[in-house]
Write a protein that binds this ligand. Structure first.
Ligand code: BEZ
Ligand code: FE
Length: 292
């Protein structure tokens, strides 16, 4: 193609983009118009950038179709796709409070369920989870260190084989619960030491990971969702210091401020003063929330 032809072709291609963007002129919602216009500009720029072939376009449509068809009531393959492409973490970061004193947030993940049991302070979120007992404690305070009594702390985790209760056919709720901070903003509960586990990789997202020589593994972590009236909700995890996959999380969720020492203790006396016959571990996680 000579230079004139190629310039004419570029102009024709640019005109397609402009025509599509103009088609949104009548959009009632200014935000929808802004988002769709930007999406089309970026999508078209992406196609031009990689020189998208018709076979690749077909493959992409088939891939997205497969992703949709893999979704069920309990599996959201599109969110998983967003997670492994880093879009979930980008969105989390974009919407996080700017105050550097606040506890950092991370990806929500697909294994939260409504209706977890209420557990008392010093209670146990594990009914029958396999794993080393772990005592988790800390305080919930604002960014100036002022305690937030009554803050609601929701926690959930996989067992030491890497499965959440909801992934086990017919299993009852386990490894999850919610509790409330006391008058000093303190909370404490028992769980098990979390283990690394793979994200679901038997579908289109797994195919993408395999094709790009990426691991499906997440480092060991314990999920938290902390809420209190007047404060920005916090969705985060704590990660086990020294564990594998901290620098290769399949969903890019690790932040160094969220890596905590889970200190191993021998059998003897638990922090609650009662005898404990097996080795156990403990971790302290102080949580800082920002006002709305
Ligand atoms: C999780 O930590 O539970 C999770 C997060 C993102 C994708 C899959 C699992
Ligand atoms: Fe998780």
């Amino acid at each position: 193609m000579n230079v004139e032809d190629s310039t004419a072709k570029s102009r024709r291609l640019a005109a397609v983009t402009e025509e599509v963007v103009r088609s949104f002129d009548g959009t009632e919602s200014p935000r929808l118009k802004e988002v769709l216009s930007s999406l089309v500009r970026h999508l078209h720029a992406f196609a031009l950038d990689v020189g998208l072939t018709e076979q690749e376009w077909t493959k992409a449509i088939d891939y997205l179709t497969d992703t949709g068809q893999t979704c069920t009531d309990t599996r959201q393959e599109f969110i998983l796709l967003s997670d492994v492409l880093g879009l979930s973490m980008l969105t989390v970061g974009l919407n996080a409070p700017a105050d550097e004193r606040a506890t950092e947030s991370t990806v929500f993940g697909p294994f939260f369920v409504e209706g977890s049991p209420h557990i008392p302070l010093d209670g146990n979120i594990s009914k029958d989870l396999s794993g080393t007992p772990c005592y988790v404690r800390g305080t919930v305070a604002d960014v100036d260190g002022e305690p937030i009594p009554g803050a609601r702390i929701e926690v959930w985790e996989a067992d030491d084989t890497g499965f959440y209760d909801v992934q086990i056919e017919g299993a009852e709720l386990d490894g999850r619960g919610h509790l409330f901070a006391d008058d000093d903003g303190a909370y404490r509960f028992w769980s098990v030491v979390p283990a690394p586990y793979p994200i679901p990789y038997d579908g289109p997202v797994g195919e993408l990971l395999t094709a790009t020589a990426r691991s499906p593994m997440r480092p060991a972590h314990l999920h938290f969702m902390v809420t209190a009236p007047g404060y920005h909700p916090l969705i985060t995890h704590i990660f086990v210091a020294g564990g594998p996959h901290l620098d290769s999380d399949a969903v890019f969720g690790v932040k160094s401020s969220l890596i905590y020492e889970f200190t191993k203790r021998p059998a003897g006396t638990a922090p609650t003063g009662v005898p404990i016959e097996t080795p156990w571990a403990e971790v302290t996680f102080d949580i800082r929330l920002v006002r709305d």
